[in-house]
Write a protein that binds this ligand. Structure first.
Ligand SMILES: Cc1cc2nc3c(=O)[nH]c(=O)nc-3n(C[C@H](O)[C@H](O)[C@H](O)COP(=O)(O)OP(=O)(O)OC[C@H]3O[C@@H](n4cnc5c(N)ncnc54)[C@H](O)[C@@H]3O)c2cc1C
Length: 393
């Protein structure tokens, strides 16, 4: 349905010299993409942000329906002064609050042995979004929509160069019929997801002088590999792409579970080592939440080993491990849902801020360019915008 154009290396490297460099597509509305987009829009760039998710925020993921859970990022801390300033603004608006939970470390000498639990006092204040972790991403996106275009449920599947030698992004979005089905199914997210699969429309957006990919590195590589014409070879030959290729994000299973009675644990957040579990948290202990809702994260090693297991099997295994940790029979489960994060955390981030392939006007940002947490995602988005502003001037 879309016309395709091929181009030569020479043409791509000179393509923006004759263009006014002010229109940017940001693929991915994670925190990094949102921050980058806002900084560029503030500098007068025309920005379009495109995300495949139902909502922006990416790994700042919260279950919207009752019972609610934060099943991606759990909390954040602040070190950098630029992030401090922004977080202070979120605190003033009530978008985030300190989480003064009771924290502990759980260790097993050997897998299968009893856990020893000891209280831990965090070195830094922990903050959470209120009422859910995604609150500040949603607020950023609403603010951004005043000066840029933000498109959700738009999955980018292909990059091309259009007839004006600018980038074109192509992809899929739910068709009109699937949107009607979603509305008639009310809030059923599961139903909505399956109906989207059956009725997709294509979209194409063009005229971009720059493209920013705020995606996990493997997805960056996949998108570039399937780009049109000579584009894959050109982009893969750059130094920036070499760096992208060095980083991998490890997987993580997140189990959301609600119990009929309180769990026999005197802690709200437990870091677990040498176990199938890496993290156990009382979601309900965070400010603005109620209930007996817990989130369990599997360790990267265990998640790797069990990546293709069925979600019921994974849920059962993680609940068994929780029983060993509490040393008691667990109360009846009134709700549970397991999420498979194929790309969760970067064990070997780049620590470069972000990457701009200046010759080809394509940038890469995300936590993995800088670190492996929310603050790193924020800093990477800011860094990306600074590089583009400098490059375009
Ligand atoms: C289980 C888990 C626990 C975590 N715990 C913590 C924690 O406690 N503290 C902490 O600080 N950090 C934590 N993190 C890390 C934190 O969530 C990330 O550092 C941060 O959210 C990354 O933001 P980002 O913008 O770099 O990427 P992402 O949030 O991953 O954004 C990428 C975006 O790209 C979109 N996308 C992907 N492919 C396409 C496509 N083809 N087309 C369009 N859009 C696409 C996605 O939908 C997503 O919105 C955790 C992460 C996970 C998964």
């Amino acid at each position: 349905m879309f016309m395709r154009y091929s181009l030569s290396t020479a043409k791509l490297s000179t393509m923006n010299k004759k263009k006014k460099t002010n229109k940017v597509a940001v693929v991915g509305a994670g925190l990094s993409g949102l921050v980058c987009a806002q900084a560029l829009a503030d500098k007068g760039f025309e920005v379009v942000v495109v995300d495949k998710g139902r909502q922006p925020g990416g790994r700042l993921a919260s279950r919207e329906r009752d019972p609610g859970f934060d099943y991606g990022a759990q909390y954040f801390t602040v070190s950098d002064l630029r992030f401090r300033e922004v977080v202070d603004g979120w605190l003033e608006k009530g978008l985030v609050l300190p989480w003064n939970g009771r924290f502990a470390i759980a260790e097993q000498e050997r897998v299968g042995e009893d856990y020893s639990l000891s209280p831990s006092s965090p070195r830094k204040q922990r903050y959470v979004g209120v009422p859910k972790m995604n609150a500040f991403a949603l607020a950023l996106s609403c603010e951004l929509a005043k000066s840029a275009t933000v498109l959700t449920q738009h999955r980018v599947t292909r990059l091309e160069i259009d007839s004006d030698s600018c980038y074109r992004i192509l992809g899929e979005k739910p068709g009109d019929s699937s949107l009607e089905q979603v509305q008639s199914q009310g809030e059923s997210q599961e139903g909505a997801e399956s109906s989207q699969e059956s009725a997709l429309d294509c979209f194409g957006l063009n005229g971009f002088n720059y493209v920013v990919l705020n995606l996990p590195p493997l997805q960056v590589a996949a998108l570039i590999a399937t780009a049109g014409g000579a584009l894959p070879a050109i982009l893969q030959a750059s130094k920036c792409f070499e760096s992208v290729d060095q980083v991998e994000l490890s997987p993580c299973f997140a189990l959301m579970v609600q119990f009929a009675q309180p769990l026999a644990l005197e802690f709200d957040g437990i870091k677990v080592s040498n176990s199938a579990l890496a993290w156990v948290a009382s979601d309900s202990s965070k400010p603005g939440r109620t209930g007996e809702n817990w989130v369990l994260h599997a360790s990267p090693e265990w998640s790797h080993l069990h990546l293709e297991d069925s979600l019921p099997d994974v849920s059962a295994a993680l609940l068994t491990e929780l029983g060993l940790l509490t040393r008691q029979d667990l109360p009846p489960v009134t709700f549970s849902k397991c999420h498979r994060w194929r790309y969760a955390l970067a064990p070997n981030p780049l620590a470069v801020g972000s990457l701009l392939d200046s010759a080809n006007k394509i940038g890469y940002c995300g936590d993995w360019c800088q670190g492996n947490n929310i603050e790193a995602a924020f800093l990477s988005g800011r860094h990306m915008a600074e590089l583009i502003v400098r490059d375009a001037s």
